[in-house]
Ligand binder design. Structure first.
Ligand code: SIN
Ligand code: FE2
Length: 207
């Protein structure tokens, strides 16, 4: 049993098989409207290994010219991002413990070779809200630490249907994905892993 950093919660099996399949259908519909794109690193333009898209009023992206940011439109189609599926809003309501809806849902697709380097989610303006993420498809090895990059980290497997919450003291925890376990789930016909990350970007309007 791993002891997780304060404010980091892992909820194994938060979504059962039916819920995972229903969510996947909603994601497929969304991705046909807002295709996956290859994000590139600020300045260097080096491509990330994941492919990404978003749903919600705002989407997170990165490219060589503009760097890390939120914007209301898809970088290639120029259209607004599709709405966050109700099933995902329900996950937020159940696990976020925050009284306002998420504004952004980042969709990351990992093929069997993709990874995500250790990073903090820090492009938002509202840190009172947690980050809530849902995993679908192949399992991954997830790594999470504290607020300093050099601090100690713990690693554990995230399986399809698991939820992770980074909230409170854990909101700024460094985290990343070291590897995918190919063939560990049959949910995605062609394999790979989808991670859905729900975030609040702006503080709620006063009043
Ligand atoms: C992320 O931090 O953007 C993704 C985390 C994950 O894939 O579980
Ligand atoms: Fe992240």
């Amino acid at each position: 049993m791993n002891t997780l950093p304060n404010g980091v919660h892992h909820i194994p099996g938060a979504l059962d098989q039916d819920a995972q399949e229903a969510l996947l259908e909603a994601i497929r519909a969304m991705v046909s409207e807002a295709p996956l794109f290859v994000p590139t690193m600020p300045r260097t333009g080096k491509p990330m290994s994941v492919r990404m898209t978003n749903c919600g009023p705002l989407g997170w992206l990165t490219d060589k010219e503009g760097g890390y940011r939120y914007q209301a439109t898809h970088p290639e189609t120029g259209r607004p991002w599709p709405a966050i599926p109700p099933a995902l809003l329900a996950v937020w309501e159940k696990f976020a413990g925050y009284p306002h809806p998420p504004e952004a849902c980042l969709v990351n697709y990992y093929d069997h070779t993709a990874k995500m380097g250790l990073h903090q989610d820090r492009d938002e303006r509202e840190f009172a809200a947690p980050v809530v993420s849902v995993s679908l498809g192949d399992a991954c090895l997830f790594r999470v630490g504290g607020r300093s990059r050099s601090g100690k980290t713990v690693s554990f497997r995230l399986e399809s249907g698991d939820v992770v919450v980074l909230g409170g003291e854990g909101r700024m925890s460094f985290h990343g994905v070291d590897r995918i376990y190919p063939g560990s789930s049959t949910l995605l016909r062609n394999g790979g892993r989808i991670n859905l990350t729900l975030r609040r970007v702006n503080p709620p309007n006063p009043g």
